[in-house]
Design a protein around this ligand. Structure first.
Ligand SMILES: Cc1cc2nc3c(=O)[nH]c(=O)nc-3n(C[C@H](O)[C@H](O)[C@H](O)COP(=O)(O)OP(=O)(O)OC[C@H]3O[C@@H](n4cnc5c(N)ncnc54)[C@H](O)[C@@H]3O)c2cc1C
Ligand code: FES
Ligand code: FES
Length: 1331
C-alpha cells in the first residue's frame, strides 16, 4: 500500500506487470478520483527521467528513512509495498501551495515546453530532502539522469543552484566581481545599458525543510512488524512473490529456479518491455535484511547484494575516507565509474547483486571488480559458497556460473596492496548516463619494489557478447618489466586475443579495436606514473607531455552570464514588453498541472491504437492476415488502407501502406483495442507477407546511382564560375557528409481523435505545429469538408519541426480508426515507434569546388548539395530550397553557383527540423573555409573575416541587405571572448600536451527568417473582451515551449494598455482561427504578434470615443460602457504577411523579410586517445534587434545551441544496410545531458533595428542551432593540432557529427596504425551512413 502524495492507497489487485508510471497516469486510483498525470512518459526504459518520482522507505535496522529518485517506468507497483511515493503533485500545486523547487524552476526560466519539468522538479526535490543545502556539484549530479530537449539545461541548473549556500550563479569571469553587485544589475556595453538579471531572487520563497510531509507512521509500523508474512500478488498473467526471510527466499528459488529476482528491475524491466521476455513468476526479496549491509573486514569490504549502486557509492566513499590510499585503488576505480554510470535514478534503483548477476556486456563495474579480485558470496539451500568474480564468471562459462537456485548474498572486494595498481577506463558517446562504447578494468601486481609483473588482469566491456578477459596476453606478460617493449607486445597480443569481427553488432569496429589498445596504453601510463611516485629514482616518470592523458575530463557545474538590453526606464511599469517575463505556463509545468494530450482524461469508450509497421525497406505486400490479431483479448478492430473512406494518399503522403511498402517503419495497419497493452500485444499477431522489390535505395550514393530524386534541381548562380577558375591562385575540391538528427521532443506524438455523433464531425486534440494541415489530411482521408473537422492544440511537449507535417499523417490514421470503429481513439506513440516512423533532419552530402587567391580571398565556389529525403515528398523540396538560398552563410563570393537535389530513398520520410537545412548546409561552407585556410596557411577566422559580407550588399539571389550587425556580432565575439589571447593559450596548451589537445573556433552566421512563399507569412488572431474586462486571446500560432503565447500576452497587454494578468490564452484551434499557417521558421512571434496587435488596435480604436469621454475611467468601466453602446468587443486581427517571393527561373527574389546575425566562439578539449571531448566555454553574440522577452529569447538561443551542439557532436542515427533504424530510444541515441553543456556559457543579445517586425524584434527560435557548429569546428581545430604534431596532413575529410569515433580515428597514431583492418568488400557492416 504505497502512499501517494499524502494519500494512503490500498491496491487490492496489484498486477505485477503494471509499472508505477502506468499506474499513476492511467489507473483510476481509488479514493483520489483522478489520475496523476504530472509524471510523464518519455521513453519507458529509465533513460530520460521524465517519470522521476521520489521513493521513501523506512529501514527498521537503522531506523532511518531513505529518500531516493526513481524512474517510475521501471518500478513495478508490487515492489512498492510499504514504500511512500512522492510524485510532483505531492510536492506542490497551484491549488494548494507551490513548492520552492517548482517556483524557482519556473522563475529561473528552467521550463520551456515543460514536459521534462516534473522530472526535473522531482530530481531536485529528492536531493533537497536528503541535502537541504546542496553543493552545486550535487545539483549537477542529481540532474544527470534527466533529459531536456528545450532549455539547454543552464537555467535548470541555475534554479537548483539557488538552494546552494554558496551560489555560483553569476560569475563575471575576469572582472573579479559578480555582475549582481553592479548598480541595478546593469552593465554598460558601448552605448547600451545591459542587464544580466533574468529573474529576481528576492521573490523566491525560502525552503523550509520542516514543512515537508512526514513519512507515514503506518509504514514505519508495517516495516517494524516482527510477524511479516510472505506476500503474493496475482496479476492477469504473472505472480509476484515477496519472501520475508532468507529461508523463504531460498525455498522459492529452489522450487521455481527460473523465476528472476526483481531488485532494481533495471535489467529485467527493460527486457520484458523491449525484448518481449515473459516470466510467469517474479520473486522480490526487496528489503530482506541479509542483503543489505556494508562490512569492512581485515581483507576488504563486503557489500550486500541488495545495496543499490548509490548505496555502494556511499559505502565505498566511507571506506576510502577511512583507509590508506594504497588499499583503496579498486574502490577509487569503482567510484569513478559510479559517478557517471546511468543517472542518479538508475543508480538508486539498480542493485549490486542485480548488476553482478545480469553481467551486462557494457558493465562498468564488473571489469573493475574482476580486476580487483572480487568474489561473490552465494547461498542456496545447499549452503554458502564463493564464486570468484573473474573472467570465467563474466564470460558465462558453465562451471563458473551461479546455479539457478542460488542467490547472491554479497560481493567481497579486497583491498589493493602497495605494489598493486587497479584502474577503470571507459569511453561513451556522452560523458554521463551513456553505456560505454568500450570500457575496461585492469590491474597489475608487481614483485615488491620492482616493476616486474607478478599478476596482470585485463577485462574489456562491449567488445563481445560478454565482458572479455585478455587472459592469454596477461599470462604471457608475467615476469616482464613494465616498459615500452612490454606495452608494444601487450598491444599486439591483446589485439590477436580479442577480435571484434568486421560486421560485429554495434559497429564502430575499427574504433573499438583502437580503444582496446588506447585504454591499455592509458593504464600503462597510469601505472608508470604510480611506480614513479613510489620510487622516483628507480622508475622514471612519464614525459610531462603525457601527463594529461591520465585523467578523464572532470564534470564541472556550468556557469555563465546572459546579457541583454535593459528596458527603457521611461516605459510604463505595466507594459511587459522587453521584460524577461516568465513563460505563462511555467508554474504549471513545474507542478505537473500543465495538460498535454495524453494527460487528458479518458473519454467514454475510447480505444487505444497500436500500429504495425513495415519491416522491409521496399517490398510488395503479398498478404495481410489480421485474423489472429482480431481474436486477441480486447481487440475491437484492425484498420488497413481498405478502410480509408477518402484519400489514403494525400499529396504523396501515404496513411496506410497499400500493396507496397517503401520504407522500414511505414504504417501498414493499426489495431484498436480497449487498452494499449492489448492493442500492442495483438499488433504482434498481424501477419504480413512481403516480396522484396529492387532496387532498395538507402543512401544518397545509392540514390545517385539509380537517379532517384524527389524533386528537380534548384540552382542559384552569380558571376561566372567557369571563368573564375582560371583567375585564381588555387582550386580545391572536397566532399562533406552531414548525418541526420532525431527531433527527440520529450513528448512523443500524441493524438486523441473523437468522432461526433452528428454530421460526420470529428474533433482532434493533438500536439502539432500545424493544426490546419491536420484538418486538411483528416478531411481528405474521411472525405468530409474541413468545416467539420476541429483540431485543438493546447501545447506540445517540444516539437522542433517534427510536429509540422507528421501529426497530420498520424492524425488521419487515428481519424480513420475513429471513424471506422465509432470510438474515440487515443494514439500515443512509444518512443521507439516515434523515432522509427517520424524520421527527422535530412542527411546531406555536399560537394564543393572552391577557387581562391593565396591571400585567402575566395573568388569562386561551386557547390552541389544532395539531401536524403526518404520515401515521400513531405517538405523536402522546401528544405532543399532553403539550403540553396541560405548556403552562402555570411560570405560574399563573387562567382558562386549552388545547386541542390532531394534524393528519394527507402527511408522514412525526412521532415522539417529547426533551422530547416541551414545547420547541415553551412557545415559544407565552413568546411571549405577551413580547407582554404589550410591551403593558404592562414587561420580559419582570417579567411572568414576576409570573405565576410561588408557594407550594404546583395546576396547571390539579389536581395539587398546591410550586414552591419553581423560584423558587430563578430567583432564583439572576438573581443569579449578574448579570442586571440585564448588562441595563444590553446597553442601553449597543445605544445605541452601530446594526448590532449584544445581547439578554438569562431563562426559567423547570417540566418534567414521566414518563408519565400508570401502566403505562408500570413496570420490571424481573435480577441474577445468580456464584460468583466478580462480578455481572451487566440491566434493561429502553436505553443511548443518557445513561449509564443507569453509573448502574445505581452503584445496584447501593451496594445490594450492593460496588465497582462487580464489576458488569457487557452489554446490554438482551427475553430477560432481558420487556415492558420504552421508555427515554424522562427516566425511565430513576427506574424502572430502583428495579427494580435492588429486585433487589439481595432478594439482600442473602438473604445477610444469612450475613453476620451472618461479618460480617468477604469478599463472595466470603458468595457461596460462600450457594451451599453453596442460596440463590438470582439475583433479579428490579421497580418497579410511579408511579401516575400523567389523566382527560381530568374534565380532571384526577396525570399526572406530579414536576417538574424550572430557569432559564436567555442573552446573544446579533446582526448586524442579516446575521442572524448569537453566543451570548456562558449560565447554567443546574437543580433536580437529589440527583444520582446529576453528570458524567452535567451532560452531559445541556448536551447537551440545545445541542440545544435548535439547534432554536430554526439547525436548519431544508426541504420542497418537494409534501411532499418537501430537507434530508437535514449539508450542508443544520445542527446546532450547537463554534463555536455559548456562549463562557461556567455550569451549576449546584441541590439539592432528591424522596423519590419513587431516592435523591431527578430525571430530567434532557430538561429542558435547553427551556432552549435562552433563546437564542431573547435573539435576540428583540436584534431588538426594533433595531426600537425604527428606530421599528418592538416587537411582531412570533415564530416558531422564529430563523434568520439570520428575524433579518435582522425587522430591517427601508432595505435590506430596497429589495429587490424578489414577489406570492405569482404563483409557487410552492421550499420551504414546514409548521407
Ligand atoms: C537506463 C539505464 C542505464 C544504464 N546504464 C548503465 C551504465 O552506464 N553502465 C552500466 O554498467 N550499467 C548500466 N545499466 C545497467 C544497470 O547497471 C543494471 O541494469 C543493474 O545494475 C541491474 O541491477 P538490478 O537490481 O536492477 O537488477 P534486476 O533487473 O532487478 O535483476 C537482474 C538479474 O539479476 C538477478 N538478480 C538480482 N539480484 C540477485 C541476487 N541477489 N541473487 C541472484 N540473482 C539476482 C535477477 O534474477 C535478474 O535476472 C543501465 C541500466 C539502465 C536501465
Ligand atoms: S519514461 Fe521513465 S525514464 Fe523515460
Ligand atoms: S522544457 Fe525540457 S524538454 Fe521541453
Amino acid at each position: 500500500c504505497p502512499s501517494f502524495s499524502h494519500t494512503l492507497v490500498i491496491e487490492k489487485h496489484a498486477d505485477p506487470e503494471v509499472n508505477l508510471l502506468f499506474y499513476l497516469r492511467k489507473v483510476h486510483i481509488l479514493l483520489l478520483h483522478f489520475r496523476l498525470t504530472g509524471t510523464k512518459y518519455g521513453c519507458g526504459g529509465g533513460g530520460c527521467g521524465a517519470c522521476t518520482v521520489m521513493v521513501s522507505r523506512y529501514d527498521p535496522r537503522n531506523k532511518k528513512i531513505r529518500h531516493y529518485p526513481a524512474t517510475a517506468c521501471l518500478v513495478p507497483i508490487c515492489s512498492l509495498h510499504g514504500a511512500a511515493i512522492t510524485t510532483v503533485e505531492g510536492v506542490g500545486s497551484i491549488k494548494t501551495r507551490i513548492h520552492p523547487v517548482q517556483e524557482r524552476l519556473a522563475k529561473c526560466h528552467g521550463t520551456q515546453c515543460g514536459f521534462c519539468s516534473p522530472g526535473m522538479v522531482m530530481s531536485i526535490y529528492t536531493l533537497l530532502r536528503n541535502h537541504p543545502e546542496p553543493t552545486p556539484e550535487q545539483i549537477t549530479e542529481a540532474l544527470g539522469g534527466n533529459l531536456c530537449r528545450c532549455t539547454g539545461y543552464r537555467p535548470i541548473v541555475e534554479s537548483g543552484k539557488t538552494f546552494c549556500v554558496e551560489s555560483t550563479i553569476c560569475q563575471m569571469k575576469g572582472s573579479g566581481k559578480c555582475c549582481m553587485d553592479e548598480d541595478e544589475s546593469s552593465l554598460v556595453s558601448g552605448e547600451e545599458k545591459m542587464c544580466t538579471k533574468l529573474y529576481n531572487e528576492d521573490e523566491f520563497q525560502p525552503l523550509d525543510p520542516s514543512q515537508e510531509p512526514i513519512f507515514p507512521p503506518e509504514l514505519i509500523r508495517m516495516a517494524e512488524d516482527p510477524n511479516k508474512r510472505r506476500l503474493m500478488f496475482q496479476g492477469e498473467r504473472t505472480t509476484w512473490i515477496m519472501p520475508v526471510t532468507l529461508n523463504d527466499l531460498l525455498e522459492l528459488k529452489t522450487s521455481i529456479p527460473k523465476a528472476p529476482l526483481i531488485m532494481g528491475n533495471t535489467t529485467v524491466g527493460p527486457s520484458i518491455k523491449f525484448k518481449d521476455e515473459f516470466h510467469p513468476v517474479l520473486i522480490s526479496p526487496l528489503g530482506l535484511p541479509e542483503l543489505y549491509f556494508a562490512n569492512n573486514t581485515a581483507d576488504g569490504v563486503t557489500i550486500g547484494a541488495g545495496y543499490s549502486l548509490a548505496q555502494l557509492n556511499e559505502a565505498l566513499y566511507f571506506t576510502v575516507s577511512e583507509q590508506p590510499k594504497e588499499r583503496t585503488k579498486t574502490y577509487y576505480a569503482l567510484l569513478k565509474h559510479l559517478r557517471i554510470l546511468a543517472g542518479a535514478q538508475i543508480r538508486n534503483m539498480a542493485t549490486l547483486g542485480g548488476h553482478v548477476v545480469s553481467r551486462p556486456k557494457f558493465s562498468d563495474l564488473n571489469p573493475i571488480l574482476a580486476a580487483g579480485n572480487a568474489t561473490i558470496n552465494v547461498i542456496s539451500k545447499e549452503g554458502q559458497r564463493q564464486i570468484p568474480l573473474n573472467g570465467p564468471f563474466l564470460e558465462g562459462s558453465a562451471e563458473a556460473n551461479l546455479r539457478p537456485e542460488e542467490v547472491v548474498l554479497s560481493v567481497s572486494i579486497p583491498y589493493s596492496t602497495q605494489w598493486h595498481f587497479v584502474a577503470g577506463l571507459r569511453l561513451a558517446q556522452r560523458q554521463e548516463n551513456a553505456a560505454a562504447i568500450v570500457n575496461a578494468g585492469m590491474s597489475v601486481k608487481f614483485e615488491d619494489g620492482t616493476n616486474t609483473i607478478k599478476e596482470l588482469q585485463v577485462f574489456y566491456g562491449n567488445v563481445g557478447p560478454t565482458i572479455v578477459s585478455a587472459s592469454q596476453t596477461c599470462r604471457q606478460l608475467i615476469g616482464r618489466q613494465w616498459d615500452d617493449q612490454m606495452l608494444s607486445d601487450a598491444c599486439r597480443w591483446v589485439l590477436e586475443e580479442i577480435r571484434i569481427p568486421p560486421a560485429a553488432e554495434g559497429g564502430m569496429v575499427e574504433y573499438r579495436r583502437t580503444l582496446i589498445i588506447s585504454l591499455l596504453f592509458k593504464f600503462y601510463l597510469k601505472v608508470r606514473r604510480g611506480l614513479n611516485k613510489m620510487d622516483p629514482k628507480k622508475f622514471p616518470d612519464i614525459p610531462e607531455k603525457f601527463v594529461s592523458a591520465l585523467e578523464d575530463f572532470p564534470i564541472k557545474t556550468p556557469q555563465g552570464l546572459q546579457m541583454f538590453q535593459c528596458v527603457d526606464p521611461s516605459q510604463p511599469a505595466q507594459d511587459p514588453v522587453g521584460h524577461p517575463v516568465m513563460h505563462q505556463s511555467a508554474i504549471k509545468h513545474g507542478t505537473g498541472e500543465a495538460i498535454y494530450t495524453d494527460d487528458m482524461p479518458p473519454i467514454d469508450q475510447e480505444l487505444f491504437l497500436a500500429v504495425v509497421t513495415s519491416t522491409r525497406a521496399h517490398a510488395k505486400i503479398t498478404s495481410i492476415d489480421v485474423s489472429e490479431a482480431l481474436a486477441c483479448p480486447g481487440v475491437v478492430d484492425v484498420i488497413t488502407a481498405e478502410d480509408v473512406p477518402g484519400d489514403n494518399n494525400h499529396s504523396g503522403e501515404i496513411l496506410y501502406a497499400q500493396n507496397e511498402v517503401i520504407c522500414v517503419g511505414q504504417i501498414v495497419c493499426a489495431v484498436a483495442a480497449d487498452t494499449y497493452a492489448h492493442a500492442k500485444a495483438a499488433a504482434k499477431h498481424v501477419r504480413i507477407a512481403y516480396e522484396d522489390i529492387e532496387p532498395k535505395i538507402i543512401t544518397i550514393e545509392q540514390a545517385l546511382e539509380h537517379n532517384s530524386f524527389l524533386s528537380t534541381e534548384r540552382k542559384i548562380e552569380q558571376g561566372n564560375v567557369e571563368h573564375a577558375w582560371k583567375q585564381v591562385d588555387q582550386v580545391i575540391e572536397g566532399e562533406v557528409h552531414v548525418e541526420g538528427q532525431e527531433h527527440f521532443y520529450m513528448e512523443t506524438q500524441s493524438i486523441l481523435a473523437i468522432p461526433k455523433a452528428e454530421d460526420k464531425e470529428m474533433v482532434l486534440h493533438l500536439a502539432t505545429q500545424f493544426p490546419t494541415r491536420v484538418q486538411e489530411y483528416v478531411s481528405a482521408a474521411l472525405k468530409v469538408p474541413r468545416s467539420r473537422i476541429a483540431c485543438h492544440m493546447k501545447r506540445a511537449g517540444g516539437a522542433f519541426g517534427g510536429k509540422v507535417t507528421k501529426p497530420a499523417l498520424l492524425g488521419a490514421v487515428s481519424a480513420v480508426a475513429a471513424s471506422k470503429t465509432g470510438h474515440p481513439i487515443r494514439f500515443v506513440l512509444e518512443r521507439g515507434d516515434d523515432m522509427l516512423i517520424t524520421a527527422g533532419r535530412h542527411p546531406l552530402l555536399g560537394k564543393y569546388k572552391v577557387g581562391f587567391m593565396n591571400s585567402g580571398e575566395i573568388k569562386a565556389a561551386d557547390i552541389q548539395y544532395y539531401i536524403n529525403g526518404g520515401c515521400t515528398p513531405d517538405e523536402s523540396e522546401l528544405v532543399l530550397e532553403f539550403i540553396v538560398l541560405k548556403s552562402e552563410n555570411a560570405y560574399h563570393i563573387p562567382n558562386f553557383r549552388c545547386r541542390g537535389r532531394v534524393c528519394k530513398t527507402n527511408l522514412p520520410s525526412n521532415t522539417a527540423f529547426r533551422g530547416f537545412g541551414f545547420p547541415q548546409a553551412t557545415v559544407v561552407v565552413e568546411a571549405y573555409i577551413n580547407a582554404v585556410a589550410s591551403q593558404c596557411n592562414l587561420r580559419p577566422e582570417e579567411i572568414r573575416e576576409i570573405n565576410m559580407y561588408k557594407g550594404t550588399s546583395e546576396t547571390a539571389y539579389k536581395q539587398t541587405f546591410n550586414p552591419e550587425p553581423l560584423r558587430r556580432c563578430w567583432k564583439q565575439c572576438l573581443e569579449k571572448s578574448s579570442f586571440y589571447a585564448r588562441k595563444q593559450a590553446t597553442e601553449e596548451f597543445n605544445k605541452k600536451n601530446y594526448w590532449k589537445k584544445r581547439g578554438l573556433a569562431i563562426i559567423p552566421m547570417k540566418y534567414t527568417i521566414g518563408i519565400p512563399i508570401a502566403f505562408y507569412n500570413q496570420a490571424a488572431a481573435l480577441v474577445h473582451i468580456y464584460l468583466d474586462g478580462s480578455v481572451l486571446l487566440t491566434h493561429g500560432g502553436c505553443e511548443l515551449g518557445q513561449g509564443l503565447h507569453t509573448k502574445m500576452i505581452q503584445v496584447a497587454s501593451r496594445e490594450l494598455n492593460i496588465p497582462s494578468s487580464r489576458v488569457h490564452l487557452s489554446e490554438t484551434s482551427t475553430v477560432t482561427v481558420p487556415n492558420a499557417v504552421f508555427t515554424a521558421g522562427s516566425m511565430g512571434t513576427d506574424i502572430n504578434g502583428k495579427a494580435v496587435q492588429n486585433a487589439c488596435q481595432i478594439l482600442l480604436a473602438r473604445l477610444q470615443p469612450i475613453i476620451r469621454t472618461n479618460p480617468k475611467g477604469k478599463w472595466e468601466e470603458w468595457v461596460a460602457k462600450a457594451f451599453e453602446e453596442s460596440i463590438n468587443l470582439s475583433a479579428t486581427g490579421y497580418f497579410k504577411g511579408y511579401q516575400t517571393y523567389m523566382d527560381w527561373e530568374k534565380e532571384e527574389g526577396k525570399p526572406y523579410p530579414y536576417y538574424v546575425y550572430g557569432a559564436s566562439c567555442s573552446e573544446v578539449e579533446v582526448d586524442c586517445l579516446t575521442g572524448a571531448h569537453k566543451l570548456l566555454r562558449t560565447d554567443i553574440f546574437i543580433d536580437a534587434a529589440f527583444s520582446i522577452n529576453p528570458a524567452l529569447d535567451i532560452g531559445q538561443i541556448e536551447g537551440a545551441f545545445i541542440q545544435g551542439m548535439g547534432f554536430y557532436t554526439i547525436e548519431e542515427l544508426k541504420y542497418s544496410p537494409e534501411g532499418m533504424l537501430y537507434t530508437r530510444g535514449p539508450d542508443e541515441y544520445k542527446i546532450p545531458t547537463v554534463t555536455e553543456i559548456p562549463e562557461e556559457f556567455y550569451v549576449t543579445l546584441v541590439r539592432s533595428r528591424n522596423p519590419v517586425a513587431i516592435y523591431s524584434s527578430k525571430g530567434l527560435g532557430e538561429a542558435g542551432m547553427f551556432l552549435g557548429s562552433s563546437v564542431l569546428f573547435a573539435i576540428y581545430d583540436a584534431v588538426t593540432a594533433a595531426r600537425t604534431e604527428r606530421g599528418l596532413s592538416r587537411t582531412f575529410p570533415l564530416s558531422s557529427p564529430a563523434t568520439p569515433e570520428l575524433i579518435r580515428m582522425a587522430c591517427v597514431d601508432q595505435w590506430t596504425d596497429m589495429i587490424p583492418r578489414d577489406d570492405p568488400s569482404t563483409f557487410t557492416p552492421w550499420s551504414i551512413h546514409v548521407s
